[in-house]
Design a protein. Sequence first.
Length: 330
Amino acid sequence: MKIALFSSMSYDSEYFSSANQEFGHEITHFEARLRERTAHLADGFDAVCVFVNDVVDRETIRILKDLEVKGVALRCAGFNNVDLEAAESAGLRVVRVPAYSPRSVSEHALALILTLGRKTHKAYNRVREGNFSLERLTGFEVGGKTVGVIGTGKIGGSFARIMSGMGCNVLAYDKLPDESLANAGIAYVGLEGLLSESDIVSLHCPLNAETTYMINRETLALMKPGAMLINTGRGALINTNDVILSLKEKHLGYLGIDVYEQEEKLFFRDRSEEILQDDQIARLMTFPNVLITAHQAFFTHEALEEIAETTLRNLKEMEEGRTLVNEVRV
Ligand code: NAD
């Protein structure tokens, strides 16, 4: 299959080339993000391969259809950036990688918690500058704390088990509770109860109309003063403005985010020599109790191998007209 791979980085090229030895597709890498403006690059290709910040909206899909592109392969789990209705009516099949390594993301959520809680990011810089003082580095133990998990699918479930193993009291909220987690001692409660009882709240649900801004002024007010909020889900699960206000009011105690509402204008590129135009992230970066990573929770050797292999297998199924195991539909 002729595949146009958008938003390509050096690691995409490396892992897809290696996995493609098994599948024999013809892959062309484009650094550009897929969007209406760049969709013409897909001319002559059978499918496009996209990542989290490519925009596969109605207009882009219209152009892809005109170019006779047959499929969209997401090399990620989330599919909030694809207009599924438009894809279906244009006859474009959409596939994704539903689970490449849930542990990669859940372990990153834990890394954010431990870094914020023990201030290791500050200690690292201090020691490198010859400052061996412990002043203002007091941390807290995670074991024994109440941890609230919102969304207990593959990633949230893995995270809940990790936190349970660390001796935390784990509360969970999901529209479809997982019986095996309940049997493992994880207590399903309502959203309000979870927010008001947890010392640490971690978001692992998908972004959709119902979950957009689920963390906002009202829900932040339900959280314990000094609580920690972790978001490795999608940026717009959080109303960034409301979170900034809560941090300024010293109500929210810590914020660890791997995803950001406006990340498509920032992440995955070196912008160290640019003038930062995004005032919200600039403000977030000033808080001593905020830790930001740039959508790297998935970024492990294990996950990259799995992503490349599953994506290319999805496209092979499409090419051979077989059942699409990982198809996403409306
Ligand atoms: P999943 O589909 O296995 O689990 C999602 C869970 O959320 C399901 O159990 C579902 O019932 C629940 N849910 C849906 N709507 C809900 C709601 N309104 N309230 C509470 N729970 C709700 O997905 P997953 O593989 O665990 O991934 C979760 C999300 O993590 C993805 O949608 C994606 O946005 C994000 N993600 C981020 C990264 C990263 O690198 N930061 C990587 C992969 C995935």
